[in-house]
Write a protein that binds this ligand. Sequence first.
Ligand code: GLA
Length: 382
Amino acid sequence: MLVALDKKYKELFNQVPMLVRSPGRINIIGEHTDYNEGFVLPAAIDKAIYVAVGQRTDNEIHLYSVDFKEAYKVAISDLQPTETWATYILGVADQLIKRGYKIGGFNLVIDGDVPLGAGLSSSAAVECATVFALKELFALGIDRMEMVKIAQKAEHEYAGVMCGIMDQFASMFGKKDHVIKLDCRSLEYEYMPLKLDGYKLVLFNSNVKHSLASTEYNTRRQQCEQGVAWVKEHHPHVNSLRDVSIQMLQQYVLPKDELVFTRCKFVVEEIQRLLTACEDLQKGDIVSLGKKMFATHEGLSKEYEVSCEELDYLVNAVKHNPAVLGARVMGGGFGGCTINIIREDAVEGIVEKLAISYKAAMGLHLSSYSVQTDDGTSIVYL
Ligand code: GLA
């Protein structure tokens, strides 16, 4: 893919490009906790977005997507969001300019093997690849954490999704054979070795993406903020659900709005669940970790209500299989993938059977990927 990307760039722009890779991500546990100042436990994976970039002598941005076979051209002075794949790239350029970084015109060709709309954060990978590439190209001297924040803001302003920091962080900071325990309040993080002796991480892609995903995501965020505001009336030091207990929710939120209570309760429990899951991981107790993943799914499905029929089907279908330690919807929800911990020798059989039954039940094709953890954003050399 890299060789083809390099070739395409040279063909289009008659110039030798710089190549940057930024991976997609998984998250072991800790969902919808990042924007509530909780913890997350993501890892970068061996599926990535690649960009080939080079400077231009004018002030224009010329883009080309190999996937979409489509070009996009705009003057730096005319940057604005678009409804296309280009928006993530333009959003990053716009953020850099808004923060006073000097960038000139550039060419960029993009390709990758992160499935789009599958909950593996292809958009964060595009943003991270772009910000890293532009940082190198224009010698901007921005550190990784700042790049993560720029990428996240690009998603807010150019894609309209008020995402937390997890996806961009995982893409930028990933480390092979490790998951990252990130404290989304202090932004302190710790690499934890991921040892799954005899087991594999397998993703089942439902191949659905429900159109309400981004609006519902933003609504969940508001519901959490509402819950916090009601608690804060009585406990002024409380700034996020990280500071809130179930008891506070029962006292101050439940009487006002049951739905907001249920949403907040899930988040508070999920933050706790992640902390105990980290202990499991440290002890090498993946059986216990797996059980927590099922519990997370239950909460995401029944309380936070970000699952859907297809994802519930995929989790329920493996739930009682002794070779599957854990399974749950991963990422924002409303489609995309489930993440599963499956005994190595059982993977093939399960994949085969599930593909058939999923097709029969939902009328949809099932894709599955066995993923490895990998390093974060970097330059690549051919
Ligand atoms: C999406 C967002 C993340 C995070 C997850 C849910 O992937 O981009 O910031 O909130 O959903 O955990």
